[in-house]
Design a protein around this ligand. Structure first.
Ligand code: AKG
Length: 281
């Protein structure tokens, strides 16, 4: 038995690469988080989703979610007591939205060693088969952590590069069904994707990437340390520059930093990641 997960859930994560559902916040709190997000979206306009890069460094209420004790207890049960959050953002689909997420693994683009990100995905609204919840191929993180893929950008694919693994046997895919306020956890190497939203409600999830501080980034710009937020325990490794928590509900200075980070991220991606794509891909 862990702090939050049962022994069976911990075993399931190790064997299958995912576990759900766990409760992070009540349905009422999830509704109020959704209203807050909608206010931010209204303020930022059509750029909102694109501009919400590491939004938990800007908005205190999102920071609070990233350090939510129930979520951290569950993550601790999987990767230990010292925890960094190196990234995260929203995956959202509007009501009756054709957008989808192609079947992919995260490991190639995360560029971490060991490849041990545990992603917590918190549902702001119900995420189910109708609304296009995440589906996973159980055990794929162990069977083949880096399957070949092609980049097929598509205007309806929420993944910018459209990375897609072909020829999968989807008959054994499992849905991660979540009510609002619940969360799932998945391993970065699990094969996962999601379909369009056929429901009349938005499907909104905050995807948060946690690691233990002994994980280091081995791709991209090695000249400077990558940034991460220390969310629990201590970091004696020093591989990551510790990012500051937001000082206000909406931290203007952090917002500026976020915009710079986003520009840097996309530049790095253009100059670095794509060059590192092996010829076989
Ligand atoms: O929200 C989705 O449909 C996909 C999310 C995802 O790929 C992730 O959190 O790693």
């Amino acid at each position: 038995m862990g702090k939050m997960l049962s022994a069976a859930q911990i075993e399931q994560y190790r064997r299958d690469g995912y576990v759900c559902p766990m409760r992070a916040v009540s349905t009422q709190e999830a509704a109020s988080l959704t209203s807050r997000l909608e206010s931010v979206e209204a303020e930022l306009g059509s750029e909102a989703q694109a501009r919400l890069f590491k939004p938990y460094l800007v908005y205190r209420w999102l920071y609070d979610l990233v350090v939510n004790p129930r979520v951290l207890d569950a993550v601790e049960d999987i990767i230990g007591p010292n925890l960094l959050c190196w990234g995260g953002g929203f995956f959202q689909k509007n009501a009756r939205d054709p957008r989808f997420v192609s079947w992919h693994q995260d490991t190639f683009y995360y560029g971490l060693d060991p490849a041990e990100t545990c992603t917590a995905w918190i549902a702001f609204t119900p995420s189910n088969l109708e609304s296009g919840c995440i589906r996973v191929l159980p055990g794929s993180h162990r069977e083949n952590p880096q399957l070949e893929f092609v980049n097929e950008p598509d205007k309806n694919n929420l993944l910018v590069r459209g990375q897609t693994i072909k020829g999968l046997d989807l008959s054994r895919a499992k849905p991660m069904i979540l009510d609002s306020g619940e969360f799932s956890m998945h391993h970065e190497s699990i094969v996962h994707g999601s379909d369009a939203n056929g429901s009349d409600q938005r499907r909104i999830g905050l995807s948060i990437h946690y690691i233990s501080p002994d994980v280091r980034r081995i791709k991209y710009n090695q000249a400077s340390r990558p940034g991460a937020l220390l969310v629990r325990g201590t970091d004696t490794h020093g591989y990551w520059e510790h990012e500051p928590a937001p000082r206000a509900d909406c931290d203007a200075e952090a917002f500026e930093r976020m915009s710079e980070m986003r520009a840097e991220f996309f530049k790095r991606d253009k100059d670095g990641a794509m060059k590192e794509v092996p010829a076989t891909f």
